[in-house]
Design a protein around this ligand. Structure first.
Ligand SMILES: *Cc1c(COP(=O)(O)O)cnc(C)c1O
Length: 495
């Protein structure tokens, strides 16, 4: 990847503005709407001088390891400026007026190619605002499919999108729709609330043993799937944000697919940041990661996030599904006479008819999110992304190695990582979970690390105790430089 525009280390290592800078910026915010504006020029100066110093540099800095947020590659940032300037509304396929929908479709084709997913199979594909929105799409499509399927099995035809949940469930003979999963991201329960299934419909069917909660207990899964008067959506966490562990391997995903087909369930994979592991070479070093993303082609729908590891600017998520007809059934934007002629879905010069985005996603009017994705994939290609992810993994494993050899820290989760040295780090992807050995230090560990203002990590919980976590997601990772700084900080804090 061309790193010529890389931020020079040092100038951005202070990833958070100081408390004073934040306070000062906040105090300069206009209190009320002015009757007469101060004009664009003065406003520009106000933003630059007064407000920008109060923003964090989480995305700009290679030393931000908090949430999995990624940065923005130079190619993607440049494209984003064009997006702002040209202000396309990518809502209806208008092949005689703009190529914006062609760009979106082509960018999503390239995303499929990057991930080794046959583009022709993923007919319902669209950019969303993020992985949360993609999970909402996944559950909405799943809900439509499983109720229709239950109705079909009693020779009825009914649609949730048309008739609403109560009537459709009655016709389908259903009392309950459940979402069966392990270690779900918080946004899955939110998505369940939004699509009317309810947060409590999310049921964890992970293995009982503490170190295996991310793995499906297949027996428990089948028991749930076979409950009478229930329809199910199965969601695979690929991977989990706290530990970075993947819920399935190829064999498990095949088994889940068979069960879903048998019981008429929908299989959704939340691969917000796991998805990019599909670009890794099939080598011993990455074997466990290769397994973690193996078999995704068996899913009905997949969530991805482009503003995470693909390193495009906020906001941009990815939704892929094999069932365009289900997606159109749910998201079709009906009876807008003024859009009728425009939304006639015309075959373009490409060999595929491009459905209008407003008929297969949440929004009607939408930002041209596709252009930065198109630009960054064009600029760096498969090789560039593979190289970038390998750097991120090498840094994560370097951190893990340092922590596990240190007398002051413990690498987590214990059960996984205390295996023989050789394989110990092979399951480490881009998340490193750890804690300080001494309880006193552990309580203030994250605070102390962040107080150095040289890097930023986030706090979490593990086994009821505070824990800390590095998430490596920025395109600017420089293994040697960054590892040196991280070791310095971890040593400084432990003394
Ligand atoms: C980050 C993340 C989400 C939510 O993504 P947003 O882009 O913040 O909406 C969902 N699922 C997983 C697994 C994630 O890591």
């Amino acid at each position: 990847m061309n790193t010529s525009k890389q931020t020079t280390p040092g100038d951005l290592h202070h990833v958070l503005p100081s408390a004073d800078a934040i306070e000062s910026a906040r105090s300069k915010l206009l209190k009320d709407l002015p009757d007469v504006g101060i004009g664009a020029e003065k406003t520009n100066a106000h933003l630059q001088a007064d407000l920008v110093p109060g923003l964090n540099r989480a995305s700009e800095s290679p030393s931000y390891y908090g949430f999995v947020i990624g940065g923005a590659t130079p190619a993607a940032s440049f494209a984003d400026e064009i997006v702002t300037k040209t202000d396309q509304n990518v809502h209806v396929h208008l092949p005689k007026e703009t190529i914006s929908t062609d760009v979106e479709d082509r960018a999503l084709t390239m995303v499929c190619q990057l991930l080794d997913l046959a583009p022709d199979n993923w007919t319902h594909r669209i950019f969303t605002t993020g992985a949360t929105a993609s999970n909402i799409l996944g559950l909405a499509c799943g809900r439509e499919f499983v109720v229709e399927e239950a109705a079909r099995r009693r020779s009825q035809r009914i649609s949730v999108a048309e008739h609403g949940i109560p009537q459709a469930m009655k016709a389908a003979g259903l009392d309950r729709i459940q979402v069966l999963t392990t270690v779900p991201h918080s946004s899955l329960r939110k998505a369940a609330a939004v699509v009317g299934l309810g947060r409590q419909c999310v049921v964890e069917v992970g293995c009982y043993s503490e170190s295996e909660t991310h793995r499906f207990d297949m027996h428990a899964l089948e028991l749930r799937l076979s409950e009478p008067s229930s329809a199910s959506i199965v969601v695979v966490s690929c991977a989990e944000v706290n530990t970075g562990l993947f819920a399935t391997d190829f064999a498990a995903l095949q088994q889940i697919r068979q069960l879903c087909t048998k019981y008429g369930a929908w299989l959704h994979v939340d691969a917000a940041f796991g998805l990019l592991a599909r670009v890794l070479p099939q080598t011993e070093e990455y074997h466990l990661l290769n397994e973690g993303v193996a078999g995704l082609e068996l899913a009905d729908s997949i969530t991805g996030d482009a503003h995470k590891l693909l390193n495009v600017p906020y906001d941009c998520g990815i939704f892929l599904s094999k069932h365009l007809e289900v997606g159109l059934g749910v998201f079709h934007n009906p009876n807008a006479a003024y859009l009728n002629t425009a939304s006639t879905e015309t075959t373009t010069s490409a060999d595929r008819t491009i459905p209008s985005p407003l008929n297969m996603g949440l929004e009607n009017s939408r930002r041209f999110r596709a252009l930065p994705v198109y630009a960054t994939l064009t600029a760096y290609g498969r090789e560039g992304y593979r190289e970038m992810l390998e750097r991120q993994i090498r840094l994560s494993r370097g951190i893990a190695n340092f922590i596990s050899e240190s007398e002051h820290y413990d690498l987590l989760p214990e059960a996984h990582r205390k295996t023989t040295t050789d394989v110990r780090f092979r399951q480490i992807y881009i998340v490193v979970l750890f804690r300080a050995r001494g309880d006193e230090l552990n309580k203030v560990l994250v605070q102390r690390i962040n107080a150095t203002r040289k890097l930023y990590i986030s706090g979490t919980q593990w086994n009821g105790k505070p824990a800390a976590r590095f998430a490596v997601a920025n395109w600017q990772v420089n293994v040697e430089r960054d590892l040196k700084l991280i070791k310095e900080v971890l040593l400084e804090v432990s003394h």
